[in-house]
Design a protein around this ligand. Structure first.
Ligand code: NBP
Length: 502
């Protein structure tokens, strides 16, 4: 065969990525379990896609494999989990040693570690790659986060660099304007080898966790402007449009502005006011929070964003409770201009903390899994293509370029100064929300993280004493070196304090 690449799974993501690859001049063999999907896709290509001549459909998996030049590069975009294992199992007997399988699904990183190990032992290559940007990203330039060996990456790199989102190196902004058959050329591609085995999928997962908190922070800000400022959706759209001109400039702020100004196509008023307030989730936010708990990394704002979705989903229970549990009357703020400014600062400060948490989580995971992550590069490839793309990410790249070993993003001079500038407003906003009974779990937990992280002393002295009291868990002393542990028989304090071995 002489197709340059193969792709399995022609649902939304697979179709769009296949077209992206073909638009970049590659010949691509495609296969889907249910052939009807393949037929529909090819019919669409015939109607509307200039690159259709480079897309080669197969009805049979063996025929598909034979159509691809060796060493083969085969991209999987099937439902993550059992679907991925099933496809790999069917493929293996048809492949030759040295062929490369690339899993572009949202796999759990531990599955990716396992698959890479199993395939490597059998003589095959495997890359688990995060793909971000939804269907539009897949079509015209996603952010791609591959994990695998350097040799595997050499096979995939030209394709991944070609199809990834491109960023203007001078401004750090995504290059736009791609259309079917006319991809964007030039610019820095939003992809780089993240690390071995599961590193790419782990980083993609953290990206999604950050996406959860970014969205939650924006939603809380909208809620405060609505209830404390008394602004209607259309007015809040203008606020977000202004914010999109400054340091908050990002894809999520931009689409929020679009969403808020959208009128209800089937009635009066704004559509957002009619959308049911019950959030769904597909699991990557939950994985991020669970991984943070497992690693003992305080990513509390990211976890709050997952819990906030869970609480929102209890719609009927909340409606029933709202008739029973009472809070304060909401008092409008007289000065809307000040409110808007204060909310903007609160949002920006909390966003810095949220990203600090995401990067701390990755810093911890790399120790656990033996990766060496380059945080400047990770922020760099998130500048375009993905859902969290933002001007802000250039600042993160700059911070890790200044100091690759930065222990926390908040300590970088740029972000430190931003937190110092914004924190009065941030505190004011959290206090206003609390006083008015408006829930702001993300804005307030990020503030608790900031205040906790910058506190040389915390009340854990008492907590540790409690642990020693009921469980003899011992304590260290502020007036003794770290690593020396003491115990007191608290109910009988005339017994002497003892120093224990460990
Ligand atoms: P889905 O996640 O809905 O998966 C549908 C595809 O998986 C179809 O091609 C289906 O084939 C195939 N499939 C299934 Br289900 N079980 C299979 C099996 N046992 N053997 C072979 N094929 C099987 O598609 P998607 O939304 O395009 O997402 C693809 C991947 O990309 C997923 O892992 C997803 O998590 C990830 N992702 C999605 C997005 C997004 O925005 N949607 C973004 C980033 C990553 P069939 O037609 O025969 O049923």
């Amino acid at each position: 065969g002489n197709a340059d690449v193969g792709l399995i799974g022609l649902a939304v993501m697979g179709q769009n990525m296949a077209l992206n690859i073909a638009d970049h001049g590659y010949t691509i063999a495609v296969y889907n379990r249910n052939y009807e999907r393949t037929r529909e896709f090819m019919a669409h290509c015939e109607r509307a896609e200039p690159s259709r001549g480079r897309i080669l459909p197969s009805a049979e998996l063996a025929e598909f494999v034979q159509a691809i030049a060796r060493p083969r590069r085969i991209i999987l975009l099937v439902k993550a989990g059992a679907g991925t294992d099933a496809v790999i199992g069917q493929l293996l007997p048809l492949l030759d040693r040295g062929d490369l399988i690339v899993d572009g699904g949202n796999a759990h990183w531990l599955d990716t570690i396992r698959r890479e190990r199993e395939l490597d032992a059998a003589g095959f290559r495997f890359i688990g790659s995060g793909v971000s940007g939804g269907e539009i990203g897949a079509r015209f330039g996603p952010s791609l986060m591959p994990g695998g060996s350097a040799e595997s990456w050499r096979l995939l790199e030209p394709v991944w660099q070609a199809i990834a989102a491109k960023v203007d190196p001078a401004t750090g902004r995504p290059l736009e304007g791609a259309a079917p058959g006319r991809p964007v050329t030039g610019g820095e591609p939003c992809t780089a080898l993240i690390g071995p085995n599961g590193a790419g999928h782990y980083v993609k997962m953290v990206h999604n966790g950050i996406e959860y908190i970014d969205m939650q922070l924006i939603s809380e800000s909208y809620w405060l402007l609505k209830h404390l400022g008394g602004l209607e959706a259309g007015a809040i759209a203008s606020v977000f449009r202004d914010w999109n001109e400054g340091e908050l400039s990002s894809y999520l702020i931009e689409i929020t502005s679009d969403i808020l100004q959208q009128k209800d196509p089937s009635g009066d008023g704004f559509l957002v006011d009619k959308v049911l307030d019950a959030a769904g989730q597909k699991g990557t936010g939950q994985w991020t929070a669970a991984s943070a708990l497992e690693q003992g990394v305080p990513a509390n704002a990211i976890a709050e964003a997952v819990f906030a979705r869970a609480l929102s989903a209890m719609k009927e229970e909340r409606v029933a409770a709202s008739a029973i549990l009472q809070g304060p009357e909401v008092q409008r703020e007289a000065n809307a201009t000040h409110l808007v400014d204060a909310v903007r600062n609160a949002l920006y400060c909390a966003k810095i903390c949220a990203y600090a948490q995401g990067f701390q989580l990755m810093a911890s995971a790399q120790k656990t899994y033996g990766w060496q992550l380059d945080f400047a590069t990770i922020a760099r490839i998130w500048r375009g293509g993905c859902i969290i793309r933002a001007r802000f990410l250039q600042k993160i790249t700059d911070a890790y370029t200044r100091d690759a070993a930065l222990s926390n993003l908040m300590l970088d001079p740029y972000f430190r100064d931003a937190l110092h500038r914004g924190q009065d407003h941030w505190r004011e906003i959290v206090m206003l929300a609390v006083r008015n009974g408006l829930p702001v779990p993300a804005l307030s937990s990020a503030l608790a993280y900031f205040d906790g992280y910058r506190s040389a002393r915390l009340p854990a002295n008492l907590l540790q004493a409690q642990r020693d009291y009921f469980g003899a868990h011992t304590y260290e002393r502020t007036d003794r070196p770290r690593g020396r542990f003491f115990h007191l028989d608290w109910p009988a304090p005339d017994r002497p304090e003892t120093e224990t071995g460990t």
